[in-house]
Design a protein. Sequence first.
Length: 89
Amino acid sequence: MNFDDFMRIAQLGIETAIFVSAPVLILGLIAGLIVSIFQASTQISDGALAFIPKIGATVVGLLLFGNFMMNRLVFFATWAYQQIGELHP
């Protein structure tokens, strides 16, 4: 394998990490933003109030996007193991 092949593996790994983590992180960010706006408008400063909706959004994200995330990880792992056969000194 040459340098371009290694760069392709690294690029696909980074893309996979971004695509797998993005749905859950974005839902957590949206939930946190909504709770922050609510806390600022009502002047409630409770740490648990911000924590619980983020956990709920994360669980919902895993339920909604779990199949996509698993398929993407399985594709990358399968592809990466197939590339082992291409290695030669």
